[in-house]
Design a protein around this ligand. Structure first.
Ligand code: NAP
Length: 322
């Protein structure tokens, strides 16, 4: 079969012929029709991810067919028994195990779910990793309540876009930040009450002005020193969940603001199979359609990675297979 293979870092992936996988006990082989990129794939190609090994077929998101049925795959594997955190054996499809940038992928049967009927295969492939991460961060961790204000930071990102769509569908009052005026306008056209550029000076003051006082829930993937501004923009009792560190460490948090306002700051990674099923049910109930920025052929997957590196996308970058 054909696949996009990581044979070294800091170089394009190789589009090459590899052995078709063979299912072992408890496993299945899915014929893939589409796969989607996540920032994780980019970190791996740059060598900025733990446990890199060669050769590996990258790709955590996929949709295709199994025994004539349309399916999607949960890439969050071997979570374990405790819903609060994953066990030591936990892993994400597409490193260490071969992933979805290929014509076929082998996964445990437990990771197979029916494709939501209202989605095309391209849209469905965009959903798994980012949808799951957004669902757990927003609903499980931050438990938004009716009437609360939610801020989605960096709304152009894959996970952020789902967190935004989920918060809008749940009836929250949703605000966004982005580095792009165009992305803010697109968010406003699809349900955001307002938005502003996260590079503005005195961001917390601007967020408070925009939201009429402050926000109750913030979903963020940037972290870095800008995180302190998010903390300052929270209302008392506020919850912030972050699942990425695109802007690096936070060196300037003021603990007084956090304890005096009774804030909760959560880290979150992916989610359980139960959360994946709940996320799919939520997506079907609200007929949420993933925002697909652009579709590339599998062979041209490096162009998709380059677009992600430039940060030019709004929503997901998808690879069509076959
Ligand atoms: N822990 C987990 O389970 C998990 C799961 C998925 C992703 N992640 C991590 O989360 C991050 C985003 O992943 P992704 O796949 O959604 O990436 P992506 O689609 O490439 O999006 C990158 C994001 O970074 C935002 N951004 C850049 N600078 C920012 C800043 N200063 N303040 C706020 N936002 C900023 C961008 O916002 P604009 O485009 O609007 O400017 C965009 O949302 C990555 O670090 C990834 O490794 C973690």
């Amino acid at each position: 079969m054909q696949a996009l293979v990581l044979n070294r870092t800091d170089a394009p992936l190789d589009y090459q012929t590899v052995e078709k996988p063979v299912a072992d006990t408890g496993e299945v082989v899915v014929k893939l029709q589409a796969a989607a990129l996540n920032h994780r794939d980019l970190w791996i190609t740059k060598g900025q991810y733990a446990g890199i090994k060669f050769p590996t077929i990258l790709g955590s998101d996929g949709a295709g067919t199994l025994d004539g049925k349309e399916v999607i795959i949960s890439p969050s594997m071997e979570w374990g028994d405790n819903p609060r955190f994953q066990q030591k054996e936990y892993n994400i499809l597409g490193l260490p195990l071969d992933g979805t940038f290929a014509e076929y992928v082998k996964v445990p049967e437990s990771q197979i779910y029916p494709k939501p009927a209202h989605l095309s295969v391209t849209e469905a492939a965009a959903l798994p990793l980012a949808g799951l991460t957004a669902y757990r961060a927003l609903f499980t961790k931050c438990t938004p309540q009716p009437g609360e204000k939610v801020l989605i930071s960096g709304v152009g990102g894959g996970v952020a876009q789902f967190a935004f769509q989920f918060a809008v569908a749940a009836g929250m009052e949703v605000y966004v930040t982005s580095g792009s005026a165009e992305k803010i306008e697109r968010a406003k056209a699809t349900g955001a009450k307002d938005g502003l550029d996260y590079r503005r000076d005195k961001l917390s003051k601007e967020i408070k002005e925009m939201t009429g006082g402050g926000v109750d829930v913030i979903i963020d993937s940037a972290a870095g020193n800008g995180f302190a501004e998010l903390v300052k923009s929270c209302n008392p009792g506020g919850r912030i969940c972050f699942y990425g560190a695109t802007r690096g460490n936070m060196n300037n948090l003021d603990p007084r603001v956090i304890f005096w306002k009774q804030l909760s700051i959560f880290g979150s990674t992916m989610g359980t199979n139960e959360e994946f099923a709940d996320m799919l049910a939520f997506v079907e109930k609200h007929e949420i359609v993933p925002v697909v920025d652009e579709v590339f052929s599998l062979e041209n997957g490096n162009a998709a990675l380059e677009k992600m590196a430039r940060g030019g996308q709004f929503g997901k970058l998808v690879l069509e297979i076959g």
